[in-house]
Design a protein around this ligand. Structure first.
Ligand code: CTP
Length: 415
């Protein structure tokens, strides 16, 4: 049976307290790792009376931390780093003693010191005798911990392993703890939470008369994929889309436009933002005058020429003008020749921080119908620091990587 990687990449610090339920931690570690998490175990001295650090370390496939004043450990990782380099701290089993320490802020061993220095969410799985769980002191402590934002899973009612007494106090089962961990991790803030990003995508249509327009082959696939990837990272994504035949991405606010001038007006209305990404293939030119009625063949002859006028450059306008410029501006450059040279010129001329350059020449080997509209892309990323060529990959993967880059650039920055 394949197990879904619900905790892929999550770093869990597991603090094992001294209670008979500590044996269940061996199974818990196994199940967390099966779901893609890495587990760093910390054991109290009492915990080592119930399970050996050797078995815990073997299941976690890593070192087990036990002592606060171990010089090797402190030099190696240190209790502050242990507390900080983690996505979630799980205390299981949480004894009455550990909960009391947590509630009063006592820090006299490695486990309690880490808990006081914690920067990530903490989930507690209490396990104790029913009398101890019901005691007013424990009740006060758990209420204080809940007020501090500590989450609880269990305890369950049932028979105690050591005394045979029945009542509430049994530690939650490993799979219940896993489910609670998954819930906490899913609710954790995402890297682009609170960030607003405006993105353009698709072609523009520039009317000649009520039935004809100037357009290009852009499908909107890449821009829409980037919008979706940014939304998955928690951003408030405002997508301004030209006419496309693909579906709106999930979790994104879409403004539909036809022309370059409508696209520009929408982008300006949606600013300020933390970042703006210009993935649209905006028509550079529009008909100088739009005929009010369908242009007719005049005795078999068409118009001798179609006067054009230049459209505003949306990216250059935002990239080079002060007040509305977001902290991060990303442009695209679709080129059929001299990719780096042309894209570098666009980086400077349009005031972008990054240009995503792609080769749309028919002989690039990429693309569906001719030069644009395929599902794959081979891009070169240009910035002041130079060019970085990415291998050919699907447009979804390009989008994931670009969204991760945006998250990295925006981390810690204010609008
Ligand atoms: N762009 C824009 N508004 C325009 C034209 C382009 O915002 N009127 C943006 C595109 O969305 C893209 C970047 O500018 O991010 C470069 O677009 P591209 O069509 O490659 O460049 P052009 O300025 O049109 O240059 P050229 O036609 O000479 O290649």
């Amino acid at each position: 049976m394949t197990i879904t990687q619900t905790l892929s990449g999550k770093r869990i610090l597991l603090i094992i307290g001294g209670g008979i339920a500590a044996y269940k931690c061996l199974d818990l570690i196994r199940r967390l790792r099966e779901r893609g998490a890495t587990v760093r175990p910390v054991m109290t001295r009492a915990a080592a009376e119930f399970v050996t650090p050797l078995s815990v370390g073997a299941l976690a496939a890593t070192k087990v931390f036990t002592e606060l004043f171990d010089r090797d450990d402190e030099q190696d990782v240190g209790h502050i780093r242990l507390a900080r380099e983690t996505d979630l701290i799980v205390v299981a089993p949480a004894t009455a003693d550990l909960m009391a320490k947590m509630a009063t802020g006592l820090a006299n061993d490695l486990a309690s010191t880490i808990l006081l220095a914690a920067g990530s969410p903490v989930l507690v799985a209490p396990a104790m005798n029913p009398h101890m769980w019901r005691h007013p002191a424990t009740r006060r402590n758990r209420e204080a911990l809940a007020r501090d934002g500590i989450r609880f899973v269990g305890p369950n009612a049932g028979e105690m392993a050591e005394s045979g007494e029945a009542g509430e106090g049994r530690m939650a089962e490993p799979l219940e703890i896993v489910a609670a961990i998954e819930q906490v991790c899913a609710a954790a803030p995402k890297p682009l939470s609170g960030k607003r990003i405006v993105i353009t995508s698709g072609p523009t249509h520039e009317p000649i008369d009520p039935v004809r327009y100037i357009a290009n082959r852009s499908s909107g696939k890449q821009g829409h994929a980037i919008a979706a990837a940014l939304a998955r990272l928690g951003a408030d994504v405002q997508l301004v889309s030209g006419p496309v035949s693909i579906a709106d991405p999930d979790g994104v606010t879409v403004t539909r436009v036809e022309t370059a001038r409508q696209m520009q007006a929408s982008v300006e209305r949606l600013l300020p933002a933390d970042a703006a990404i210009f993935a649209a293939a905006v028509a550079d030119w529009r008909a100088a005058t739009e005929a009010a009625d369908k242009m007719k063949k005049d005795g078999g002859k068409g118009p001798e020429s179609l006067p054009l006028t230049e459209n505003p450059d949306i990216l250059a306008g935002i990239g080079t003008h002060g007040s509305l410029r977001p902290g991060l501006v990303i442009g695209f450059a679709a080129e059929t020749e001299k990719l780096i040279e042309h894209a570098t010129a666009k980086l400077k001329r349009k005031g972008a921080d990054l240009i995503v350059a792609n080769d749309v020449s028919p002989d690039s080997g990429i693309g569906g119908s001719g030069v644009m509209g395929g599902d794959r892309n081979r891009i070169t990323l240009l910035s002041q620091d130079g060019a970085e060529a990415w291998p050919e990959m699907g447009k979804d993967e390009v989008a994931e990587r670009l969204a991760a880059l945006v998250a990295e650039r925006l981390s810690g920055s204010e609008r």
